[in-house]
Design a protein around this ligand. Structure first.
Ligand SMILES: [Mg+2]
Length: 174
């Protein structure tokens, strides 16, 4: 029952995503989570390292949209200075906001990947939309709010089951 939470790919951080490999597969767009994927929950704006990465991503002709379950205030404060389109209060894993994100990107599902740190929101939501999913290690899980902490408990159960069944994908070589 947890198989729908499985990511297609696992990396440590967004910086470890192989953009050339994505391009080779015809990927043109990235739908990314914000909290604990791009920066920690308590980091209001992008770090210099992240800014440089986003510049590189844009320079390499990938489109990016931020899809976050967090509030408009949080997400806009982060995304507006970067000039990146964003959808706050996304209610992942529900499909509505993913569809809106695909609309913003003007791309079809096979051309888009979803990047995030949570199985129950990012990975499940992406998979339900038929999008390739990339899981990152949460940047600072200790700072998460109650809702996410509850999700993490379910994640732990899912992880141990999936590992036992030999279904959990191997970490990418870095
Ligand atoms: Mg997150």
């Amino acid at each position: 029952m947890f198989q729908r939470l499985l990511p297609d790919q696992i990396v440590n951080t967004v910086f470890d995503i192989d953009l050339n490999a994505l391009r080779a597969r015809g990927v043109r767009g990235i739908i990314t989570d914000l909290d604990n994927t791009l920066v920690s929950v308590k980091t209001p704006v992008a770090t210099p390292e992240l800014k440089a990465w986003l510049e590189k991503v844009k320079h390499e002709d990938f489109q990016v949209v931020i899809l976050s379950n967090n509030s408009e205030t949080r997400v806009s404060r982060f995304a507006v200075p970067l000039g990146i389109p964003f959808i706050p209060a996304a209610r992942k894993p529900l499909g509505g906001a993913f569809r809106r994100a695909l609309g913003l990107l003007k791309l079809e599902a096979p051309e888009v990947v979803v990047v995030g740190d949570q199985l129950l929101t990012d990975m499940l939501g992406g998979r339900r939309m038929g999008l390739h999913t990339i899981l990152v290690t949460p940047i600072a899980p200790g700072e998460e709010g109650l809702g996410t902490q509850i999700n993490r408990r379910i994640e732990k159960i899912a992880l141990s089951r999936l590992r036992k069944q030999g279904l959990w994908p191997q970490k990418e070589e870095r």
